[in-house]
Design a protein around this ligand. Structure first.
Ligand code: SF4
Ligand code: SF4
Length: 390
């Protein structure tokens, strides 16, 4: 019988408190606090479920300080599914006490993200604001490009393609040039590529992060219906791809499970195909593994396989520790996000021998986070498009 968080008791009790996950947890690494570790958070969840502790401000803070990077999952010998515990806990938390935050969440999750035209219009205003120096840098927006915003993506909508390119919501608004690169590379392999209509843009990953499961389910159904057939669904955002690969669990239907089986990360898809004309550059690139590519999708090796013929790849020595982006985390927990980012920057620069490196990153959130710190972060699709001889 579960308690107020309605967590699965078997999942919750699978933790044996061994602590092997602690070094893999970014919030524990930067704070050293037990309550900021996976083990501490699970202990707090258990206390609430057992009725020996309330859902108070301290409990909420411990849950909201988690980046949801899921770096603790592969490190856990007991196979604790921490992501599902955190998702369930956040879904059970009462609405935040701040009226301003409640309003911002309603506008973000219910209005802007599911209505792509509105997100694009907001992006246009943000671009104008950046031009007029009216947008504070602390908001974490990337440098927006008018060329990228106003030029539509030259990929047909619908039909019966060899592969779908899922374009998403925020990434299409802020980093559409990366979709252009992905489409160009996919076409260079000989594949006929289509994209879903903009009405099915948002995959619901950010909603899941925030525990808004009901809204995430609605968005997932919309995404599934937008790309019928058997063709692979190629995703160039690691966070979106991870969420879409888990639609089967989220919706628990045959159709959702079949759809999830079709979802592939861009590099995962490309690694199984041949690119006829690719130049070797000798340029050094440090590989940054987005958490949801490494810990959830577990296909980070594909990034190395597709980039290695053209670039000199260098690894970081931090076991893929998070960069602190985490969906809306950098906006909601700016101080912790900054401290986690500082560690990542040290690891990236150290891998590059102290210089500011070119970094390969397969997730828009990480790209924005790293670019905001002055790092030349590029998506593998951009790096490959640059070395195509056509
Ligand atoms: S999901 Fe990430 S931040 Fe959260 S407890 Fe696990 S390792 Fe720590
Ligand atoms: S979550 Fe796993 S690794 Fe972490 S303390 Fe519990 S059993 Fe150990």
């Amino acid at each position: 019988m579960s308690g107020p968080l309605r967590l699965d008791p078997d999942t919750l009790n699978a933790c044996v408190s061994c602590g092997l996950c602690l070094p893999h947890c970014p919030t524990y690494r930067v704070t050293g606090r037990e309550i900021a570790s996976p083990r501490g958070r699970i202990a707090a969840m258990r206390a609430v479920e057992a009725g020996t502790a309330p859902i108070d401000a301290e409990f909420r803070a411990a849950m909201e300080e988690c980046v949801s990077c899921r770096g603790c999952e592969p490190a856990c010998p007991s196979g604790v599914q921490f992501g599902s515990l955190m998702q369930g806990t956040r879904a059970a938390l009462p609405a935040p006490p701040s009226r301003r935050r409640r309003l911002a969440e309603q506008l973000g999750y219910r209005v802007a993200l599911p209505h792509h035209w509105l997100l694009l219009a907001t992006t246009w205003f943000a671009w104008l604001g950046q031009k007029l120096h009216l947008v504070p840098t602390r908001l974490g927006l990337p440098r927006l490009s008018a060329r990228s915003i106003f030029r539509p993506l030259a990929v047909p909508v619908g039909g019966a393609p060899d592969a779908w390119l899922f374009t998403g919501c925020v990434m299409d608004a802020w980093l559409r040039d990366t979709h252009r690169s992905a489409a160009r590379v996919m076409a260079a392999t000989g594949a006929a590529v289509s994209r879903p209509p903009a009405s099915a843009a948002c995959c619901g990953a950010l909603h899941l992060h925030a525990g808004r499961e009901h809204e995430a389910r609605t968005l997932a159904r919309r995404v599934i219906a937008s790309m019928p057939g058997d063709a692979p669904v190629v995703v160039d955002s690691a966070g979106c791809g991870a969420a879409m690969k888990e639609y089967g669990v989220l919706l628990d239907t045959l159709a959702a499970r079949a759809f999830s089986a079709r979802v592939v990360d861009f590099s995962e898809w490309l690694a199984g195909r041949t690119l006829p004309n690719m130049r070797t550059t000798g340029v050094t690139v440090v590989v940054q593994d987005p958490c949801h590519l490494r810990h959830v999708q577990k296909v980070h090796g594909a990034v190395r396989r597709v980039l290695a013929p053209a670039y000199e790849l260098v690894e970081t020595a931090d076991d893929g520790l998070c960069c602190g982006a985490g969906g809306a985390y950098s906006a909601l927990q700016p101080e912790l996000s900054r401290r986690i980012l500082t560690r990542k920057l040290d690891a990236l620069r150290s891998a590059a021998g102290g210089a500011d490196p070119i970094v390969a990153s397969a997730n828009p959130g990480c790209m924005v986070q790293l670019r905001g710190a002055g790092i030349d972060a590029r998506h593998p699709a951009d790096l490959i498009a640059e070395v195509l001889d056509e």
